[in-house]
Design a protein around this ligand. Structure first.
Ligand code: WQD
Length: 323
């Protein structure tokens, strides 16, 4: 197989590219470099600079590189920004995917791994979220991911595409410092930023109905996210036409914000610092933890990295980008 990885020059994409290449797959990166960087593309992997809104450029890339499958990671991913710029998010994430599916069908490419998100569930009121938990996204971002899954299911039925939509939970960490996420949009980098600025890390609310009152999430190492893509790509290679899998990609273990901040302070050697509890952040669900059973059953995959590994590698990455 020869896989086109859209968004392959970004944080998650760069890890997926390495996992596929290390797994013996041929890989081509397709990225508009709006947030991705050429530095993340490994030597020997071709890079095509282009937009997922450009059908002709996608078709050219597919033909030029004899592509037989696509891993679609290119997307806008900031929840708050999606509330401010919903049209932009729908265009990039939904129209971008529709354009890609058109390019795939016109060129006869029949396999797709799609980056979805736990954001499709919204505020799930369950201990462990399964793929059958109702989807009620709370943001335009989450809506675009759910609509993307619907679009893929429809294309699988109509055009025989074999697909896997991977619903990532809270992704963090890095395989190497230079591959780390340089953005500061999630808990772990936000704590690093506060520490570096000499400010106390913030805990957004401690009056949730959870054991310590702070929100619980399922944090997963980006290397595990990457290995799930390799497993999904292989699963699709021999799958029957029209196969369309929806899979949670998490560890199946919850960690509270309080626990995470304590671990981050330990890893960074800043146990002298006391976190500051602030108001709740609007729209935060109390608990979002995956059941990863279906991914294990379908792919034979499960996460192997623990939280300290995740936080330690994120810290090395932070020092690389911001140190
Ligand atoms: C985690 C917890 C915060 C910063 C988002 C998207 C989700 C996915 C991952 C893309 C929450 C708390 C945070 C801080 C805090 N993205 N927090 N102090 O909101 O679970 O998920 O990113 O697919 O779709 O919704 O992640 O890292 O922002 O927050 O207390 O300084 O940490 O309130 O409970 P979230 P997060």
């Amino acid at each position: 197989m020869s896989w086109l990885v859209t968004g392959g020059a970004g944080y998650i994409g760069a890890h997926v590219v390495r996992a596929l290449a290390d797994g013996g797959e041929r890989v081509v990166v397709y990225d508009d470099l709006s947030t991705g960087s050429t530095d993340r593309v490994p030597d020997g992997v071709p890079l095509v600079v282009g937009s997922v809104l450009d059908r002709a450029a996608l078709e050219d890339a597919i033909r030029d590189h004899a592509v037989t499958g696509v891993v679609h990671i290119a997307a806008k991913k900031q929840v708050g920004e999606s509330v401010e710029l919903p049209l932009h998010y729908y265009r990039e994430n939904v129209t971008g995917l529709a354009t890609l599916l058109e390019a795939m069908t016109s060129t006869g490419v029949g396999r797709l791994v799609f980056s979805s998100s736990a954001a499709v569930y919204g505020m799930p009121d369950v201990d462990l979220v399964t793929e059958d938990t109702p989807c009620l996204p709370m943001s335009p971002y989450g809506e675009t991911k759910l609509i993307g899954e619907w679009l893929i299911n429809a294309a699988a039925r109509a055009h025989g595409i074999r697909a896997a939509s991977l619903r990532y939970f809270n992704v963090a960490g890095a395989a190497a410092p230079e591959l780390a996420d340089s953005g500061v949009f999630n808990l772990i980098p936000m704590v690093f930023e506060r520490l570096e600025a000499g400010d106390a890390p913030r805990v957004f609310g401690d009056d949730y109905a959870t054991p310590d009152g702070t929100c619980v999430r399922d944090y997963i190492h980006v290397k595990d996210i990457a290995s799930a893509h390799l497993a999904a790509a292989r699963r699709l290679t021999d799958a029957p036409e029209g196969t369309s899998l929806i899979l949670n990609i998490g560890r199946g273990e919850g960690s509270s914000v309080q626990e995470m901040v304590d671990r981050i302070l330990k890893v960074t050697g800043r146990q002298d610092v006391a976190p500051h509890v602030t108001e709740r952040r609007p729209g935060d669900p109390a608990r979002v933890v995956a059941s990863a059973d279906r991914a294990h059953a379908e792919l034979g995959w499960s996460a192997g990295h623990d939280l300290d590994d995740t936080i330690e590698s994120a810290w090395q990455g932070w020092r690389h980008h911001h140190g």
